[in-house]
Design a protein around this ligand. Structure first.
Ligand SMILES: NC(=O)C1=CN([C@@H]2O[C@H](COP(=O)(O)OP(=O)(O)OC[C@H]3O[C@@H](n4cnc5c(N)ncnc54)[C@H](O)[C@@H]3O)[C@@H](O)[C@H]2O)C=CC1
Ligand SMILES: O=C(O)[C@H]1O[C@H](OP(=O)(O)OP(=O)(O)OC[C@H]2O[C@@H](n3ccc(=O)[nH]c3=O)[C@H](O)[C@@H]2O)[C@H](O)[C@@H](O)[C@@H]1O
Length: 431
């Protein structure tokens, strides 16, 4: 069975590598010539631990190849995974433009039965749309099935997550498609959820929205903890021991970012609205997240008087550690608000870089933590990279002009920092 993966971004590249690892012949297709050129050379165009090793291994073994030739790629394949982006439209709904384009191309070029699988995160009803788009584009009739197989991997842990999933969700109305998909994953040991395409599509959004809800819940509780002199980390530890609650996704901080939680929560809210249902809990989840970074900047402004002319170090830019992805990164929101208030910023991140945009021109990008902290009036910790967790704050005391530390990821201990003579402000773990 030959597999084609369309879209070689985070999800597509990982999907391609996982199927190669499971023993299938895989082709990765993208419209971006530069990405395909890099992938052919065994180089990833983004940072993802372990993925480049798999890429090199499977290029060498001939298990995987990359192309921009869509006609040939579609015709040679038996199963086609759609892994293109589904970004937010201005109203928050999912933009299915790339999915539609791919579906039309498949319809035009197919030369026999194809199983088309959407792995991209798509709103409920998209399987029916994709079926219609393929049918409309077909010049000759060929049978096909469209199934939904959402992806649950996390950036930074993509390889482990994709090779050892918690579950594989297959939304399909055809026995042939279900059996084919199950056979592709036959060596993966995990529960299989076999359901309708609409249910599979909703499971994906409901999962991300639930995780985002946990984060906003603990973030709002953290604000209360600050008032009550209680440590939110102790509260999270205490409630997380209840298996009905679980300990994960209860780390308070400057809010969730990334390419998916913000976009998927908005899309789900919009789907509900279009069906005259108000997802009021999720609407609050978004509100809390939108104000979480300013909770910390407000505290900092009170402490510093104003940001104008202050030298401020920003440690961490990526939306979380182990990725260079800065999409919707809370650090960017903090940087923008400090720049608006005329602070002088020095930024350090081990791998993530600022977008090329005139508004960031004045930010000094540093190659070392110490360089960013030099003569700083204050520092914001925005991403919990190991190198940032491991900073020797005793040594940094003389490097900074004033020891004001605003910990957006609750990675330090308030008592230790105060004992070193720092002013320390976290999000709910200040006791
Ligand atoms: N990034 C993540 O961790 C996860 C993402 N998802 C979902 O997976 C989907 C893809 O996400 P990412 O991989 O992050 O996106 P991405 O933006 O990194 O990659 C999408 C790729 O599709 C390519 N593309 C667009 N139109 C094309 C076409 N007509 N033919 C061939 N290639 C085309 C683009 O050039 C790009 O390389 C989204 O729906 C996302 O919500 C799901 C789980 C995890
Ligand atoms: O659909 C997707 O794209 C993916 O979205 C998330 O994965 P990802 O965005 O890679 O990263 P997470 O580890 O979930 O973190 C998201 C954000 O929440 C923040 N976060 C996470 C956990 C926590 O306790 N507190 C917290 O603030 C992180 O710092 C980060 O900004 C989900 O975890 C994946 O299951 C899903 O497949």
């Amino acid at each position: 069975m030959k597999i084609l993966v369309i879209g070689t971004g985070y999800v597509g590249s990982t999907t391609a590598m996982v199927f190669a690892e499971l023993g299938w012949k895989v082709t990765g297709l993208d419209t971006d010539v530069h990405k395909i050129r890099q992938l052919r050379q065994g180089l990833l165009h983004f940072h993802e631990p372990g993925l480049e090793d798999l890429l090199k291994k499977h290029i060498q073994s001939g298990q995987i190849k990359f192309t921009t030739d869509k006609d040939k790629a579609i015709q040679e394949s038996d199963v086609i995974f759609i892994c293109v982006g589904t970004p937010s439209r201005p109203d928050g709904s999912a933009d299915l433009r790339f999915v539609k384009q791919v579906a039309s191309e498949i319809g035009q070029k197919m030369n026999g039965y194809k199983l088309v699988v959407t792995k991209s995160t798509v709103p409920v009803g998209t399987q029916e749309l994709v079926t219609g788009w393929i049918e409309a584009a077909q010049e000759h009739f060929y049978p096909f099935d469209v199934a939904s197989n959402p992806e649950f991997l996390r950036e930074g842990k993509a390889v482990t997550d994709a090779l050892n999933p918690d579950r594989i969700v297959i939304g399909s109305e055809s026995k042939r498609a279900t059996n084919l998909l199950k056979s592709l994953y036959h060596s993966v040991k995990c529960p299989f959820v076999i359901t309708t395409p609409r249910t599979a599509e909703l499971i994906k959004y409901a999962s991300n929205a639930f995780l985002a809800t946990k984060i906003s819940y603990i973030n709002e509780l953290a604000r209360l903890c600050d008032e009550l002199n209680v440590n939110v980390k102790d509260v999270a530890g205490g409630i997380g021991l209840d298996p009905r609650i679980g300990s994960s996704f209860l780390q308070a901080g400057i809010g969730y970012g990334g390419s998916c939680f913000p976009k998927d929560v908005s899309a789900l809210i919009l789907t509900a609205r279009q069906n005259n249902i108000e997802l009021s809990v999720l609407e609050k989840v978004v509100k809390v997240n939108q104000t979480q970074h300013s909770y910390l900047t407000d505290k900092a402004r009170t402490r510093l008087g104003s940001f104008s002319g202050k030298k401020i170090a920003i440690l961490g830019l990526a939306f979380k550690p182990d990725t260079d992805d800065i999409r919707e990164a809370p650090a960017l929101r903090i940087i923008e608000s400090l720049l608006n208030e005329r602070a002088q910023l020095r930024l350090y991140d081990p791998i993530a870089t600022l977008p090329h945009d005139a508004k960031y021109e004045s930010v000094a990008v540093c190659l070392e933590v110490e360089e960013a902290l030099k003569e700083a009036d204050a520092v914001f910790l925005c991403t919990e990279w190991p190198i940032i967790r491991g900073i020797d704050w005793a040594q940094m005391k003389d490097v900074m002009a004033h020891g004001n530390v605003f910990d957006g990821r609750n990675i330090l201990n308030a008592h230790d920092m105060q004992a070193l003579g720092y002013y320390y402000q976290s999000i709910g773990s200040n006791d």
